[in-house]
Design a protein around this ligand. Structure first.
Ligand SMILES: [Zn+2]
Length: 260
């Protein structure tokens, strides 16, 4: 399966930031680019709903040692979560709905057994990802609650796209932002001022939406302006995501030391 060019470039950029920020994280998670490609497509096919995706690791494909060595920070924790050290192997879309209902699985997924003790999602998968269509990848209160029953980690994929439908991009929230692909505002002065550390999403509130860069097109015809992805452990710490190819090597590998 071939990943589209713009997504490869986005993952390359994201991995460089994951490397730069490695000391801010206590663990890493390796996701194949083909899985991300699938997630982005499912996200659009399900609009305007959010989707919940169960992710299973493949214990026969551990992280490559040389990649772990490069990306692990000084404060790395072993044994923090289930599936740690194994590359994600498969993804299954298990629910769709609004930001609250998406976490509550229909009975055919929870099989009705021990639902209480396994949380609203039934505890069937190691990791869970849900989408935030036109909202940043920052956990809500409902997200933090749902994560408490997760044995692996929780991931959020935020997608900035147009036409936006009834709910335009909303970015008035606080939290660590990790753009996966962004509108770079090339040649515009505001990219270099004091706000430069803020994620550079083009907000339609500023009335420039039709000048926004288009990173790529979804199969549904939507224009994609930006993507964000975060992973977090139920204890509240962030998990550093690294996108890997079919060989288990990060997109952009090998990273040159002088790359800024
Ligand atoms: Zn959410």
């Amino acid at each position: 399966m071939v990943v589209v060019d713009w997504l490869v470039r986005a993952m390359d950029d994201y991995n460089r930031v994951s490397l730069e920020k490695k000391e801010s994280y206590v663990a890493t998670l390796h996701m194949p680019g083909t899985i991300l490609d699938e997630l982005v497509n499912w996200c659009f096919q399900s609009l305007p709903d959010e989707i919940l995706v169960g992710l299973e690791v493949d214990i026969s494909t551990p992280h490559r040692d040389e990649v772990d060595e490069l990306f692990q920070g000084a404060d790395h924790h072993y044994g923090l979560f289930a599936g740690q050290g194994s590359i994600i192997g498969e993804a299954h879309i298990v629910n769709r709905g609004d930001s609250y209902s998406v976490h509550h699985l229909p009975e055919e997924w929870t099989d009705g057994l021990f639902t209480e003790s396994r949380g609203a999602r039934g505890g069937r998968f190691t990791h869970w990802l849900h989408t935030h269509p036109n909202a940043p990848a920052i956990p809500s209160g409902a997200d933090a609650d749902a994560a408490q029953a997760t044995e692996g980690v929780d991931l959020i994929l935020g997608v900035d796209f147009s036409p936006a439908g009834p709910l335009p991009w909303y970015d008035d929230v606080e939290g660590e932002r990790r753009p996966l692909a962004k509108d770079e505002q090339k040649g515009e002065p505001e990219a270099e001022n004091a706000d430069a550390n803020r994620p550079r999403w083009r907000s339609r509130l500023f009335g420039r939406r039709d000048r926004r860069q288009v990173l790529g097109k979804a199969p549904t015809g939507h224009s994609i302006h930006g993507l964000e992805l975060i992973a977090f452990h139920r204890s509240g710490v962030g998990i550093n995501v690294i996108f890997v190819d079919g060989e288990g090597l990060p997109y952009g590998w090998p990273f040159k030391a002088d790359t800024t």
